[in-house]
Design a protein around this ligand. Sequence first.
Ligand SMILES: NC(=O)c1ccc[n+]([C@@H]2O[C@H](COP(=O)([O-])OP(=O)(O)OC[C@H]3O[C@@H](n4cnc5c(N)ncnc54)[C@H](OP(=O)(O)O)[C@@H]3O)[C@@H](O)[C@H]2O)c1
Length: 322
Amino acid sequence: MRPVRWGIVSTGRIARTFASDLRHVREGEVVAVGSRRRESAATFAAEFSIPRAHGSYEALVADPNVDAVYVATPHPLHLENALLALEHGKPVLVEKAFTMNAGEARVLIDRARATGLFVMEAMWTRFLPHVVELRRLVAEGALGELVLFEADHGKWFERDPASRLFAPELGGSALLDLGIYPVSFASMLFGRPSTVRSLVTPSFTGVDGQVSMVFGYASGAHALLTCTSSARSATRACLTGRDARVEIRSDFYAPTTFELIPRFGESRIFGVDVPGRGLQFQAVEVARCLEEGLLESPVMPLAESLAIMETLDEVLGVGAGA
Ligand SMILES: NC(=O)c1ccc[n+]([C@@H]2O[C@H](COP(=O)([O-])OP(=O)(O)OC[C@H]3O[C@@H](n4cnc5c(N)ncnc54)[C@H](OP(=O)(O)O)[C@@H]3O)[C@@H](O)[C@H]2O)c1
């Protein structure tokens, strides 16, 4: 497989992690970075030995050496930046949350389909070895009928009104930044919920700061999910089936281990050591999809990214003022 030549849009925190993690695999390499400021792109390029630094996102997506674009800007810019990449004929990996809302997600998906270019939400958790293993166990029936999924994602953030987590103009939202992980994990396991209940508490800037959710599914299963930008929570997850449960250790959404605890018999621990933060596995998936000529990933399909955005909209809508 020829390595995908990546261009990164932005020089922020997750852009750095992606550039660093990509060094652990052969399926991709960062060949260019684009920033609003030329100096920022140059510094980033020097740090990660990236050959090309661009002083605008437009120049980055127009770079003929770039095969695929990774959009790593704040959520309100995802749609605009991804459309720019598509306009220049580039497949795109778009950071989570995919867009600000379901309406934007529809626009992006329609454009991807119209241009016939690959697009995927960068929900990196799906591609981590322990999550791949969990899907395998569920598919082979090791847990029996699934009954309940519980997960929390709480992080402590300084109460800074200019922070991406709290500033409305930067898409501030505990749900879009943190709650998306439990919500996406539940979607991966059960699909779209048939019932959505939520409690939303605003932060000091008015954007959602703490959200608790109860989802119901046609199968009868439930998901209990919560997130907060006020405090560090346990960040564990537990999937309970009639025959066994899986306890995923903290942080459940990052490389970790889990324990399979059957109703009868011995428990087993699963997990492998992963170099770096683990963002490289999603890049391997993009490389595989591009190699096979796929326009979306079967593991993180566009219809599901849209359904997740619809669920997030519903959570905030139902919870607002409650
Ligand atoms: N996968 C993960 O684990 C993970 C973790 C954290 C965040 N994320 C997602 O990645 C995205 C970026 O998060 P981050 O934590 O990397 O954010 P960040 O550190 O604030 O970086 C965002 C970058 O976007 C660019 N940008 C463009 N317009 C901007 C504006 N008006 N204000 C601020 N920055 C602007 C800037 O790069 P230039 O100045 O170079 O243009 C900035 O460095 C978010 O959607 C977030 O949800 C994912």
